[in-house]
Design a protein around this ligand. Structure first.
Ligand code: HEM
Length: 331
């Protein structure tokens, strides 16, 4: 085959692939279940609200679960699958840090949906997870954004497919990861605002405050607020490992409220993770941090738009997915 023909073939394939992915997202619609499960949104919201009344961890754990689902194999609820032999996504080293309260919240929401005879076995786990993540945001004080629906569930989950960003990533590594999902730097900065709720265990940040590592240097010299560094050090000093409970709230100002205080913390050198603080420390992303710190509506708008784009990543349709009856197992 000539070079020209090869180039033509490559162009043709690329345009077919782009069309297919557009078709997939074009089929997502907020009213996808209007005919079969008209009360879906209120059923899921009621269930998430009950989980949140039960545990303050439910909201942050559910929001993070959605990210970890979409970032690996797309938003297909593969993170909820349990393989009898292990080796599934949630039992990877990163998956094991996801808190059980997030899984419980989604399972309870799916049970509540299936409790309505009209909806039974008609709503995908991936969509229940997307709605539950939105409700975790809204019921914590964040935006009540619209969720596109119509995703189908995947059937595969493997530990080896798990790659998620780590707390010591700098801006270039964060951007590389998110652009791999088709998301922009602005999307990434807005989505990082999810760290306005929830907590991180000491092992994710103690290196920054030199707990047990005196060679790490002076955190204040690196721009960290000195009082904040002392508090982080105090939170971890007695903790020998994760399970002993050493942790810090990712937004120490308003840890359970979904607001823009996370960005103000970054301005003051009070970011818990290195990947959080990098957003302010790097001049290329600082402008957005300043904007969101001063304008909560701008943050909420960009967060909602970024969640919609995150929710489109790797979406499956009827032809390559199913509606799982039990979110833990393929049908
Ligand atoms: C930008 C790259 C990101 C990095 C490096 C990162 C890293 C982390 C780390 C290390 C933790 C602490 C985990 C633990 O202690 O077990 C965490 C917690 C959390 N992350 Fe992220 N994350 C990122 C993006 C996101 C996104 C996009 C979302 C959701 C849209 C999200 C939502 C959360 C939430 C809500 C928590 C708190 C979880 C809880 O308290 O149970 N993160 N993240």
């Amino acid at each position: 085959m000539t070079n020209e023909r090869l180039r033509f073939l490559a162009l043709l394939l690329a345009s077919i692939a782009a069309d297919l992915s557009l078709m997939a997202t074009a089929q997502l619609r907020p009213d996808h279940y209007a005919g079969v499960c008209p009360d879906l949104e209120s059923i899921v919201r009621g269930a998430v609200s009950r989980s949140m009344a039960h545990s303050p961890v439910a909201a942050p754990a559910t929001l993070r679960l959605f990210f970890h689902d979409c970032a690996v194999r797309g938003c297909d609820a593969s993170i909820l699958l349990t393989r009898p032999d292990g080796g599934d996504e949630w039992r990877s080293p990163d998956g094991l840090t996801l808190k059980p309260e997030g899984f419980d919240t989604v399972m309870h929401a799916k049970d509540a949906v299936d409790g309505d005879p009209r909806c039974r076995h008609k709503v995908s786990c991936a969509d229940v997870l997307a709605l539950a993540a939105r409700d975790a945001v809204y019921l914590s004080g964040g935006p009540n954004y619209e969720v596109e629906l119509g995703r189908y569930d995947g059937t595969a989950s493997t530990e080896s497919s798990v790659t998620v960003p780590h707390g010591d990533f700098d801006l270039d590594r964060l951007n590389a990861f998110f652009s791999g999902l088709g998301l922009s730097q602005t999307d990434m900065i807005a989505l990082s605002g999810a760290h306005t709720i929830g907590a991180a265990a000491c092992n994710f940040f103690e290196y920054r405050v030199a707990v047990g590592n005196e060679t790490a240097g002076d955190p204040a010299a690196a721009g960290m607020d000195a009082g904040f560094a002392a508090r982080l050090r105090g939170a971890c000093a007695g903790a020998t490992n994760n399970r002993s409970g050493g942790f810090a709230f990712l937004d120490g100002a308003t840890p359970t409220r979904f607001d823009n205080a996370y960005y103000e913390n970054l301005r003051r050198g009070r970011g818990v993770l290195g990947s959080d603080q990098a957003l302010h420390d790097d001049a290329r992303s600082r402008g957005k941090v300043e904007l969101y710190a001063g304008d909560e509506d701008a943050f909420f708008d960009d967060f909602a738009a970024a969640m919609m784009r995150l929710g489109r990543v790797g979406v499956r349709m009827a032809g390559n997915g199913e509606i799982r009856r039990d979110c833990r197992f393929p049908n």
